[in-house]
Write a protein that binds this ligand. Sequence first.
Ligand code: NAD
Ligand code: MG
Length: 384
Amino acid sequence: MKKRVAILGATGSIGTQALDVIKAQPDAFEVEVLTAHSNADLLIQQAIEFQPNAVVITKDELYETVREALASHPIKVYAGMNAVNSVVEMDSIDIVLTAMVGYAGLESTIKAIEAGKSIALANKETLVVAGQLITQLAREKGVNIYPVDSEHSAIFQCLAGEFHNPIEKIILTASGGPFRGKDRNFLQTVTKAQALKHPNWDMGAKITIDSASLMNKGLEVMEAKWLFGLKNEQIEVVVHPQSIVHSLVQFEDGSLKAQLGLPDMKLPIQYALHYPNRLKSDFPRFSFLDYPTLTFEQPDLETFRNLALAYSAMEKGGNAPCVLNAANEVAVAAYLRDEIGFLAMSDLISDCLAKVAYIATPSLSDLVHTDQETRRMAQELVNG
Ligand code: NAD
Ligand code: MG
């Protein structure tokens, strides 16, 4: 039986790599749904190649373009975010890959879980914002959430056969990004072109900036907390510039397990989509001879304040991670438009964390409201 896959955010870095995986494994997978936000041309091309049951373009004004281009194909075409929220419920879907970027993925992830679909989760922001609600809902619905993020996939792979053994701690590895070892003086003037050059990974713009600021690792700490049911103090971060050891688990007898490989998202994507069975692949193999030195160092929380801010939002709990995430999304977008400097991103996030009203046990509508309120405040701070 082929797994029928819905890819939300098919035109992005994760989405296109997922389609590469599917193309290479035609006996294992079939594409059922593809969605994209604004890249209509690529969505059309993907739809013609993979012949899904349905596609959704979330930008309404592009609907006619997509519909006309696919008119001669037996493919349903829809537009808008509400359409994404309903297509994920289709009976013919086995697993939903959440590969859209940011808070925008929250509602459709919830709808997919409510419909009982397995989730291959790339969209970490949804767990940062609503980890408590999402994991509780998944438990109620008996839905499994399989991590796509390479660090979390590493931990999940280390846990195979060990789910009955308590975890003592996990160690998430971080590449350190393009500015590892730099000081605040240097960061004062870094351009977006510099920040967009990640040493090891080729990813979408938002996560690439998050990697440069270490916010990505902060988001991943919270992602790990919810995926693996951990206490805050059980999650450590170590900088590992080569990105070969993807993360580690320490068990209660002191044993450490790690998962290693070249930095290539296709492997964790394929593992999540085809769990528990590994598929034979032709992904490039790692050799120790190419990497005679693997190094590890402490993250610099004073230079990279975003990681410290993420830890403090996690400690605070409630709606604080939602505030952190929304402020960060506005800050990254403003940085990418050259409206604020690199260090100003942390100032803006810190201001929002201090100012937005705290809610200890937020409902979904509290989180929606917190997100809106924070975006409004953050945008005001950007505008000055
Ligand atoms: P990307 O920017 O390359 O792609 C984003 C996708 O989401 C596109 O298909 C786009 O059409 C869609 N999208 C954007 N805005 C949307 C909106 N408002 N509504 C609906 N859809 C929208 O991003 P990416 O790098 O592929 O990252 C996707 C997610 O995966 C992020 O949450 C990221 O943190 C996570 N992730 C990415 C990588 C990676 O290597 N790229 C690794 C780990 C985790
Ligand atoms: Mg990662």
